[in-house]
Design a protein around this ligand. Structure first.
Ligand code: GLU
Length: 411
C-alpha cells in the first residue's frame, strides 16, 4: 500500500474546499528534490554491508527544509516522501518559518552494535553534507533516532565543512547546543492541544480514559504527562504488545517494568493486549503514537474511542478517516497534534543561530501559545467549512504555502 497515495487523497480533500490555485496544488503533488544514497559500512566482524538511505526535500517555499531521520526496517522512499510532505504541512499549520523534508535509512537499528550505528550514521551524514545546513535543510530525530545520533550527524558535518554549525541538526544533546525541553516537546505540545479540545468537549481530565500505542519519545512521555495531569491512562503498548487495565494503569510502574525487563510481557498491573486490540478498546481518547497505517478501512468500524489523537505521523488512512467522520469520531490530525516537536526544533535552531540559550520555562512559555493558536485556527476553519480537522489543517497549510510561493513572484 502506497502511503503517498494516501497523502495525495488528503491533499485532494483540502484542495476541493480551498481557493489555492491549481498550478500551486500541482507543484505540491511532487517533492522539490529526492535524494537516495548507497552507504557501504564496515561491520564489527570486518564484512561490508550496504544500506539504502533517503532524504526527500519536499517544500522550501516557507523556509529551509525541516524534518527527522528515521531508521526502520520498513522505511522506504514512498514513506519518506509522505513524511516529508507532512512536515511541510505541519510547519505551516503552526506557522513556523520552515519547509518540509524527511530522511531515513532502511535498517533495523536494534540489529546493529553501537559502533556500527555510529559508522552508518556518519556515512549518511557525509553524503548529506552538500544538501543540509542551518539555512538549507535541518534534520532531527524521528523513529529510532536519538540526540546521540544527531550529535554524530552534526560532528561529521562540522568536520567536513570546517566550521561550527550546531544549527545543522536539532534534537541534539544539551551539551552540543540542544534546546531545553526538546525531548518532551512533542508530548508537551500535544497536551496543550488536547487540553483545548477537552475544554471544547466540556470534559474534565479525570473523566477521560486514554489508550496510548507506542512507548518511544512521543508515546512514552505522553503517557507520563497525561498521568501527571490526571487523565486515566488505561492502556499502553510497545511494538511487541501492550497492557490494559480499565481502572487505570500506574504509568511510572509500566515504564519502570519495561526498562527492567525490556518489554511489557508479564506486567502485573494489567492484562496483556495486542496492538490491534489496543486500538479497539472502549476509551475516550485513542492515541496512536507509533507508525503509520494503524487505523485503516478494516478496523475503523471497530474503533470505540470518541477522539483519535494522532501523535504518530500518518496513523489513519483516508478510508478510515471517512469511516470515523461518518461515526462522528473526532480525529485530531498528526500535523497539529504532534507539531510541538518541530516547533521546539525551530526554537533550537533560533538559539543556535543567536548563540543565546533559553531556559525550559522560556521554551514552554513560547510553545504553548503556538499550539493553542494552531488548534483554535484549525477548529474554527473546520466549523466554518464543515470539514474534518485534518482537512481544515491542510487548507490552512496550503494557503500559507501558496502565499509564500506567490510572494516569491514569477519564476
Ligand atoms: N520527527 C519529528 C516530526 O515528525 C520532528 C521533526 C523535527 O523536529 O524536525 O515532527
Amino acid at each position: 500500500m502506497s502511503i503517498f497515495a494516501n497523502v495525495l487523497q488528503q491533499l485532494k480533500a483540502a484542495t476541493q474546499v480551498s481557493k489555492v490555485p491549481a498550478s500551486i496544488v500541482e507543484q505540491l503533488q511532487r517533492p522539490e528534490r529526492t535524494l537516495t544514497f548507497t552507504l557501504p559500512v564496515v561491520m564489527d566482524n570486518g564484512s561490508v554491508r550496504t544500506f539504502e538511505a533517503y532524504r526527500v526535500q519536499y517544500s522550501s517555499a516557507r523556509g529551509p527544509y525541516k524534518g527527522g531521520l528515521r531508521y526502520h526496517p520498513q522505511t522506504n522512499l514512498d514513506e519518506v516522501k509522505s513524511l516529508a510532505f507532512w512536515m511541510a504541512v505541519k510547519c505551516a499549520v503552526v506557522g513556523i518559518p520552515l519547509g518540509g523534508g524527511k530522511g531515513g535509512i532502511t535498517v533495523d537499528p536494534k540489529s546493529l552494535s553501537r559502533g556500527e550505528l555510529e559508522r552508518l550514521t556518519r556515512a549518511f551524514a557525509r553524503e548529506l553534507v552538500p544538501f543540509i545546513g542551518p539555512d538549507k535543510d535541518v534534520p532531527a530525530p524521528d523513529v529510532n533516532t536519538t540526540p546521540e545520533v544527531m550529535a554524530w550527524v552534526m560532528d561529521e558535518y562540522e568536520k567536513v565543512v570546517g566550521y561550527k554549525a550546531p544549527g545543522v541538526v536539532t534534537g541534539k544533546p544539551l551539551a552540543l547546543g540542544g534546546s531545553q525541553g526538546r525531548t518532551p516537546a512533542t508530548a508537551q505540545g500535544a497536551l496543550y492541544v488536547l487540553s483545548e479540545l477537552v475544554q471544547k468537549l466540556r470534559l474534565k481530565p479525570k473523566q477521560i480514559t486514554v489508550a496510548v500505542q507506542g512507548m518511544g519519545n512521543v508515546g512514552g512521555i505522553m503517557a507520563q504527562l497525561l498521568h501527571q495531569a490526571g487523565y486515566q491512562v488505561v492502556a499502553m503498548s510497545d511494538s511487541a504488545g501492550g497492557v490494559y487495565n480499565p481502572k487505570g494503569l500506574d504509568v511510572p510502574a509500566v515504564e519502570q517494568f519495561k526498562k527492567q525487563s525490556g518489554s511489557l510481557k508479564g506486567f502485573p498491573g494489567g492484562k496483556q493486549v495486542s496492538n490491534a486490540k489496543l486500538l479497539e478498546l472502549p476509551v475516550t481518547v485513542l492515541i496512536p503514537a507509533a507508525l503509520e497505517n494503524q487505523i485503516t478501512g478494516k478496523n475503523a468500524g471497530r474503533i470505540k474511542a470518541k477522539v483519535v489523537f494522532e501523535m504518530a505521523n500518518g496513523p489513519t488512512t483516508p478510508e478510515a478517516d471517512a469511516k470515523l467522520a461518518r461515526r462522528k469520531i473526532i480525529v485530531v490530525p498528526d500535523v497539529l497534534a504532534n507539531a510541538g516537536g518541530v516547533t521546539v526544533s525551530y526554537f533550537e535552531l533560533v538559539q543556535n543561530l543567536q548563540q543565546y540559550y533559553w531556559s525550559e520555562g522560556e521554551v514552554m512559555a513560547k510553545l504553548k501559545p503556538i499550539m493553542v493558536t494552531a488548534f483554535k485556527q484549525v477548529w474554527q476553519r473546520a466549523e466554518q467549512l464543515k470539514v474534518p480537522l485534518r482537512t481544515a489543517a491542510f487548507v490552512i497549510a496550503l494557503e500559507r504555502i501558496a502565499q509564500a510561493i506567490e510572494a516569491r513572484g514569477e519564476y
